[in-house]
Design a protein around this ligand. Structure first.
Ligand code: SF4
Ligand code: SF4
Ligand code: FES
Length: 228
């Protein structure tokens, strides 16, 4: 097997060629917030939470780390002020889109979000594509897919009807961030505030920011550390 060596947040990490920067970081214990990434499935760069700075010849480029393959000599920064600011905004928009998702609330708190400045939508899907990829790549069923464009874009069966080739495995439901049981105090219009009381949130925020602590969210959400 061929290996490459890259620098992530000052740590020299050796990883098999073909590994994404996100996987290399997680494997080393540097937790880059992520939502649409699922271990062993392809990556589509949908949520943009996993952005990092890729420093090339002294110039920094912002890119999603799940879609960026690790290369020899790469210099990656996951936790700069610029990244924290952008990630905070991305997380805030996600919460506004789906304020009652516990998974999204947890990730948002990790990204430092306490108040949400955007109007709430209460969408039932954040278009992360986890369900579509598990159906296509694990179950080889292709029973669901993205339909429509722009604001009309959503996940559906062909012609809106569950096809016979759907295996009724329910993996699409289990893997969806919208189906994780919400916390007791889901946010309502006019209460755009994250309480931050979840144990997983506080452990991550207060003790070892920037590195994986085997949080409860990860356990319930098939984070790479738990899936191994
Ligand atoms: S229940 Fe059907 S649509 Fe959902 S992942 Fe399984 S095969 Fe795909
Ligand atoms: S239904 Fe759930 S898993 Fe599928 S794209 Fe929407 S939020 Fe993601
Ligand atoms: S985890 Fe990389 S864009 Fe969603």
């Amino acid at each position: 097997m061929q290996y490459v060596e890259l620098n992530i947040d000052g740590a020299i990490i050796r990883t098999p060629k073909g590994t994404s920067v996100l996987d290399a970081a997680i494997e080393y214990g540097i937790c880059i917030p992520h939502l649409c990434h699922v271990p062993n499935l392809s990556d589509m760069g949908a949520c943009r939470l996993c952005i990092v700075e890729n420093i090339v010849n002294g110039h920094s480029k912002i890119t999603t780390s799940c879609t960026l393959l690790a290369e020899d000599g790469m210099v990656i920064r996951t936790n700069t002020e610029r990244i924290r600011h952008l990630r905070h905004n991305i997380a805030e928009l996600l919460v506004a889109q789906a304020p009652n998702s516990r998974a999204i609330q947890d990730i948002a708190v990790r990204c430092g979000v306490t108040h949400v400045r955007y109007p709430f939508h209460n969408d039932d899907c954040v278009l992360c594509g986890r369900c579509v990829r598990v159906c296509t790549e694990v179950w080889k069923a292709k029973a669901i897919g993205f339909v429509g464009r722009g604001k009309e874009r959503h996940v559906d069966y062909p012609f809106g009807i569950r096809p016979d080739f759907c295996k009724q495995c329910e993996n699409c439901i289990q893997i969806c961030p919208m189906t994780i049981k919400p916390c007791d105090g889901p946010m309502k219009e006019g209460e755009e505030r994250l309480c931050g009381n979840c144990a997983s949130q506080l452990i991550l925020a207060n003790e070892t920011p920037g590195s994986c602590v085997w949080c409860k969210l990860g356990e319930g959400f098939a984070c790479g550390r738990y899936a191994q």
